[in-house]
Write a protein that binds this ligand. Structure first.
Ligand code: NOJ
Length: 520
């Protein structure tokens, strides 16, 4: 039996508002995506994950959903979505959609009704609503919003509602039968339309401690909390997994969880989802000893459940990889992740090594900027519309002369697809080569990773199947890799981190001595 496509696939995250504008309003959309599907086929990825395209009040770039079973008219129609799925399938690409079940938009009919219905009403029971302290004047608890400030907002009548994200994103109460039924209906709606998988946004938040306890003294973001990754949340994923299993064709569910391996492991137990993001390494410095431990822990946490990691190379919530790790680092980490057992999620534009953009204050739309009082510049710098042509602006993203929803900086065309397609040394060329070679070298090579011991300090290497992956973290001299086999691909450059892929002459038998490694 062949393994399902997602087990060791490569998924490209299409941030739909910034990918390609087919309608000329400066915002990326489904017709724009559809027209660019051949580019994604040529990239060699297995699937695309399309970020939210549902009707939204745009307080969090589409993650504030007004109607989860419809398409925002600014981004297309349901027919456009069906056409994207059909064309993608014809090109051999799978399509995953993004389900935002933790919260809705404050313009969702349920929340409008809750606001109107008043304290104690049945309409409010679909949300997390509590009386304020001090006769309603103060928030029920000191819980912070992930975007800054309090996680509670007053209705103005003594009751407050919970919003773990922006004030325009009230959290749904998934203990309520209406909320559960609606979530399942949404899941089935998209699966029935033929999508191949689902990303569960803010997956850990669906269950809150009904006692709404105060956070302990000294609590910091990232610590365990009464609103994240509680045991009860897994009941939801068991239910969703059952629904996914009713559909044919290797459908996949991936949990968007941000946490250490012990937090993400339980989401991929045999009766839960197929994947949970391995995001933690994104925030760690490129250090060989640290990364060896991180990678081994990520593997261990999911392989014990018969699953493989879903490595995140980047996404729309973090700094661009080429800025976070430097361009050499971004190349090296991509090759490292592609060589490991598991699925790799690559963020659109990172295959062009786009840098993070420092946007002018007045252009920033991300609610984190406002809610943090301007101390956090937010995530828009990683969401600037892609450059397809060398210029002028909007660089092929939209029809000539169209201003884009986030401004593209001068010189954006130096990173354009058009330019990189003509340059064999570009990040785009490397990404295409690597994805193809990965299929040959690593896919199906099993979950066994044999770490090469006694590499020089700052190096990390492993054998997997018949090939070897060696990474140098940071600058340093290139070693003589001859003893490990023939070098097939290098990602990175001699003035920074680099990864080498080698095919061994005698698979699995080369020792460090034979390879000529210096002992520490
Ligand atoms: C995670 C999404 O990736 C992020 O962009 C969004 O702001 C939050 N969830 C809230 O939906």
């Amino acid at each position: 039996m062949t393994a399902p496509w997602w087990r060791e696939g490569v998924v490209h995250e299409v941030y739909v508002r910034s990918f390609s504008d087919g309608t000329g309003d400066g915002v990326g959309d489904l017709p724009g995506l559809r027209a660019r599907l051949p580019y994604l086929r040529d990239l060699g990825v297995d699937a695309i994950w399309v970020t939210p395209f549902y009707p939204s009040a745009d307080h969090d770039a589409g993650y504030d959903v007004i109607d989860h079973r419809a398409v925002d008219p600014r981004l297309g129609t349901l027919d456009d979505l069906d056409a994207v799925v059909a064309d993608a399938h014809a090109l051999g690409l799978r399509v995953m959609v993004d389900l935002v079940l933790n919260h809705v938009s404050s313009e969702h009919p349920w929340f409008r009704a809750a606001a109107e219905a008043g304290p104690g009403s049945a309409e409010r029971a679909r949300f997390h609503v509590r009386p304020g302290r001090d006769g309603g004047a103060l928030p029920p608890t000191g819980w912070p919003s992930i975007f800054g400030g309090s996680a509670w907002e007053p209705f103005g009548d003594g009751e407050w509602y919970l919003h773990l994200f922006d004030v325009h994103q009230p959290d749904l109460n998934h203990d309520h039968p209406d909320v559960r039924a609606d979530a399942e209906r949404t899941l089935r709606f998209w699966l029935d339309r033929g999508v191949d998988g689902v990303r569960f946004d803010a997956a850990g938040g669906l269950t809150k401690d009904p006692a709404y306890p105060e956070l302990p003294d000294g609590w910091q973001p990232g610590h365990a909390s009464p609103y994240s990754d509680l045991d009860g949340v897994h009941d939801h994923y068991r239910r969703f997994a059952k629904v996914l299993s009713e559909y044919d064709g290797d459908r996949v569910g991936v949990a968007e969880v941000w946490g250490e391996p012990h937090v993400i492991g339980p989401y991929v137990r045999p009766d839960e989802l197929q994947q949970a993001f391995a995001i933690d390494p994104l925030f760690r410095p490129l250090d060989a000893t640290l990364w060896r431990r991180l990678l081994a822990e990520q593997l261990d946490a999911v392989v014990r459940h018969g699953r493989l990691p879903a490595w995140a190379h980047g996404n729309h919530d973090v700094k661009r990889a080429a800025t976070r790790w430097g361009e050499d680092g971004a190349r090296a980490v991509l090759l490292l992740m592609l060589a490991l057992p598991g699925c790799v999620y690559l963020y659109a534009g990172d295959e062009l090594a786009l840098p993070e953009v420092d946007l002018p204050d007045e252009a920033i739309t991300d609610p984190t900027y406002r809610r943090s009082g301007g101390t956090d510049r937010g995530r828009d710098g990683a969401r600037v519309p892609l450059p397809w042509t060398t210029g002028p602006a909007p660089y092929g993203f939209a029809p000539d002369g169209t201003p884009t929803w986030l401004p593209q900086p001068d010189g954006w065309g130096t990173h354009a697809v058009e330019r990189q397609e003509a340059d064999p040394d570009s990040m785009l060329a490397l990404t295409r080569r690597a994805i193809r070679l990965r299929d040959e070298l690593w896919r199906g090579a099993g979950d066994e990773v044999t770490w090469l011991e006694s590499l020089p300090a700052g190096w990390l290497g492993f054998r997997r199947g018949a090939a070897t992956c060696v990474t140098r973290f940071g600058a340093g001299p290139d070693p003589d890799l001859g003893g490990l086999g023939e070098v097939l691909l290098t990602g990175g450059a001699s003035d920074g981190s680099a990864t080498w892929w080698l095919r061994g002459d005698r698979p699995g038998t080369t020792t460090d001595e034979e390879a000529g490694w210096d002992r520490r």
